[in-house]
Ligand binder design. Sequence first.
Ligand code: SAH
Length: 270
Amino acid sequence: MTPVDSLESISIVLVKTSHPGNVGSVARAMKTMGLCDLRLVQPKHAAIAADPEAIALASGAADVLANSQVYASLPEALADCQRAYALSARLRELGPALQSPAQAAQEALSALPDGVRSAFVFGAERTGLSNEEVQRCNRQVYIPSNPAYNSLNLSQAVQIVCYALRVASEAAHAVPLAVPNPEKRDVHAPRLASVKAVDDLQAHWLEAMEAVDFLNPSKPKKLVQRLARLLGKAQLEQEEVDMLRGFFSDVIRVAQGRLYPHEQNKRKAD
Ligand code: SAH
């Protein structure tokens, strides 16, 4: 499963949201982190996602808004989810187990392969989630914050949760870093090519492209910049530069129909 597939199956549920701008900002917060399933429970206006302010604040995430679904109640919005996380800054008596965003994200992602769908539930701007709504959820997530003022803006709370999910997802799919083995380590560090050597390689590369009509020098388009960027990223070693230059010399030679010196001598002898 790709990280995007995993994140796409996690839902963000907003309960009784009043401000269209917040809904738009939530869509943006989700899309930037790779989430797309937005559910709205009893929003102030049924068409809140189509409000111009929502669309303006969603910016490039208008698709998340357009695909959002409106539900008449929280249980209906959670009908296909096996696990729900209530986001709240207020501790409740006998509330669900408390987690940090990182713990919740880790748990939600690791349950996906078993077919467990998770939803993160956020309350209304002024009133937050009711006790009943929090109790409908399996966990309560508290975003660590200043005890003297711990109420984040709704979309900023969503951003933090989506970021935690993104980090957990990327960590789960990352290739573990190879631990260097000191015994096997090459004592001769490779000699990186100089800027000048790479510059000369680039000129040679372009010459070869021109020789096979891949590059029209009067219309190079973005080819020269792209090649320069590629070479800048590659951190080539001098041996690699030498190998590529040998290859380009042959490309140019063959394109011009020239023979190797030893082949020329053989022809003369024949
Ligand atoms: N005044 C409301 C808070 C509304 S903020 C109250 O007293 O509950 C809107 C939503 O953002 C909250 O319902 C909650 O879902 C989320 N939120 C804001 N700050 C949070 C925090 N520190 N921890 C967890 N969720 C938070």
